[in-house]
Design a protein. Structure first.
Length: 566
């Protein structure tokens, strides 16, 4: 099973060859079926196919090749029918074999009668379906417990993208996103429609990332694949032709209803994960999870109750505790209540995290009675927090008066672990002493070149607790213009140990690898600095070891880099 699923595109290609290759002559294809567990290829069934309450002895198509807007007519022949049997045909994308959540392109159901007979089912093909191979799945019984796949069909080219408006461009304008729509047919599902086109041929097969976040950047759904779940590679997109791409993102139980979600659609280079463009789509979720029978562990007045509280058992100094409170609307809330979070350790310390929305971007007054809503928080543990067991509690408060409506304490403690840190500087090739924002010092660095890669190990020292996670930039720059020829933007240790986790006096050594592939011959400056992540990208003020400000808040390292010996 695992082999078949992991090689699904290859298996489908084999099926396509069997079904459509002009070199293969099939004398009778009326009984060809396949599945993806036992026989993942088209094979004959001389005795018919047992589908539980009935036996299919053959089938016929009006055509194996169709166009958007046409109808596939499938005639099923049967025998040995038991009472109450049903036959459901579904046209599905190849990706549906491993993504059960994908809806069918078209579906139809028949009820075979006793004895021997036949019926014709119609599958109308939508106009907005992508060109390509589609599977025909025949299911029988409750929830289609028994199913097989008939011969695949080919849907030809659809409409051109000439007059379609463009929402965003990717890969330097080579790829265009025309339409991005999100609909929520159920509380646990988000359906996405993306319409693309290629402005010119593309050699690369880009990866696709989609991320659904609330106003606090909590992530509620993610997909990381290639277009069409891997069946619409960008290198095969015909120029100027609309590519209809459809997805279903599962939503977790308790996803808060609200109008302030953002779906970020990105394309990236698979080898390096470097983005080649992104598009932000506002999304509204209006279908709440209804669980009036959910268990209750605490009540807060007549309107709200707490169903459960999830939190990690342990966390290291400088990390973030991510609790989730599952609120139950006993009645429709009359106010947008807020919550106060605390971590307390008797004799050790008390951490207060202020007032939070119950669920960011989801006002409680919009919750229907019976709604179960997951409220997430991000409680940053300072790097200097004493190690030990802490008790997590939440207090529900009135948004106007601040009055408490009750407190719940998690029975299990959250253990704050002491982090292993380095306090002594290692031997360094070059000492520097430059400072950034009065919080971070570059004590020195080591530099070596291996082939087409430059290995720069930076030795940092925290002068204070950095007030956030800053981004580090390393540029190989033209000395005359300062323009980067090659660059790396990252957080220390590949984002695994960001600056907000550092303790005063701690030494952090971090290797950055800068690719020199394709860099023209010449002498270049090696430039570093820090900046705030986000839209502003404001740089931390930089000074040299004597306190003099550095131009453009960037440090040019003493060692330049020669490429090609010029």
């Amino acid at each position: 099973m695992s082999f078949v699923i992991s090689h699904l595109p290859f298996v489908i290609s084999l099926a396509l060859l069997v079904a459509f290759s002009p070199r293969i002559t099939v004398t009778d294809d009326s009984d060809l079926t396949m599945d993806f567990e036992g026989m993942p290829y088209l094979h004959h069934n001389p005795g018919g196919v047992d589908l539980g309450g009935w036996r299919m002895i053959g089938y016929r198509y009006n055509s194996d090749r169709l166009a958007p807007g046409e109808t596939l007519r499938v005639t099923l022949d049967w025998e040995e029918v038991q009472g109450g049997s049903s036959a459901t045909l579904r046209m599905v994308a190849p990706a549906a074999v491993r993504h059960d959540e994908l809806p069918a392109i078209a579906a139809a159901t028949a009820h075979p009668q006793a004895g021997t007979g036949s019926a014709t089912l119609e599958l109308p093909i939508p106009y907005d379906v992508a060109q390509g191979l589609y599977l025909i799945r025949l299911g029988s019984g409750d929830e289609e417990a028994i199913s097989v796949y008939l011969r695949p069909v080919w849907v030809g080219e659809g409409e051109m993208a000439v007059e379609q408006p463009v929402s965003s461009t990717f890969a330097d304008g080579a790829l265009r996103l025309h339409t991005a729509e999100a609909t929520q047919p159920a509380s646990n599902r988000l359906d996405l429609r993306l319409d693309w086109s290629a402005a010119r041929p593309v050699a690369a097969n880009y990866g696709l990332s989609m991320r659904l976040t609330d106003p606090a950047d909590n992530e509620w759904a993610r997909l990381d694949d290639q277009p069409g779940y891997g069946f619409l590679p960008t290198s095969l997109w015909p120029v100027g032709r609309l590519i209809h791409d459809r997805y279903t993102l599962p939503l977790p139980e308790g996803t808060p209803p609200g109008d302030a979600y953002t779906l970020t659609v990105s394309l990236y280079r698979v080898a390096t994960r470097e983005s080649v463009g992104e598009f932000a789509l506002p999304v509204s979720l209006h279908r709440a999870t209804l669980r009036p029978d959910a268990p209750v562990i605490a009540r807060f007045g007549d309107e709200l109750a707490l169903s459960r509280l999830k939190a990690p058992k342990r966390v290291q100094q400088g990390e973030t505790v991510l609790p989730t409170a599952y609120w139950l609307a006993v009645e429709r809330p009359s106010a947008d209540y807020v919550v106060e979070w605390r971590l307390e350790a008797p004799g050790i310390g008390d951490l207060r995290f202020g007032i939070w929305d119950l669920a960011p971007g989801s006002p409680p007054t919009g919750w229907p009675a019976g709604a179960l809503v997951a409220g997430r928080a991000a409680l940053s543990i300072p790097p200097t927090t004493p190690a030990g067991d802490y008790i997590l509690s939440l207090t529900l408060r009135d948004p106007t008066s601040g009055a408490s409506l009750g407190t719940y304490t998690l029975p299990q403690p959250v253990h704050v672990q002491e982090r292993e840190r380095v306090w002594e500087l290692p031997p360094m090739q070059r000492e520097v002493g430059a400072r950034f924002g009065g919080m971070i010092e570059l004590a020195g660095y080591d530099l070596k070149r291996e082939g087409d890669a430059l290995h720069l190990t930076l030795h940092w020292r925290a002068l204070a607790v950095p007030d956030q996670h800053y981004m580090l930039f390393v540029h190989l720059a033209d000395p005359a213009t300062g323009r980067p020829i090659a660059q790396v933007d990252t957080m220390p240790r590949g984002f695994a140990y960001p600056t907000g986790m550092w303790a005063p006096g701690e030494v952090v050594s971090d290797e950055v690898v800068l690719s020199l592939e394709g860099v023209p011959a010449g002498r270049y400056d090696l430039v570093i600095g820090w900046y705030e992540p986000g839209e502003t990208s404001h740089r931390l003020p930089a000074t040299d070891r004597t306190g003099n400000p550095l131009p453009d808040d960037r440090l040019i390292l003493p060692d330049g880099v020669n490429i090609g010996g010029r």
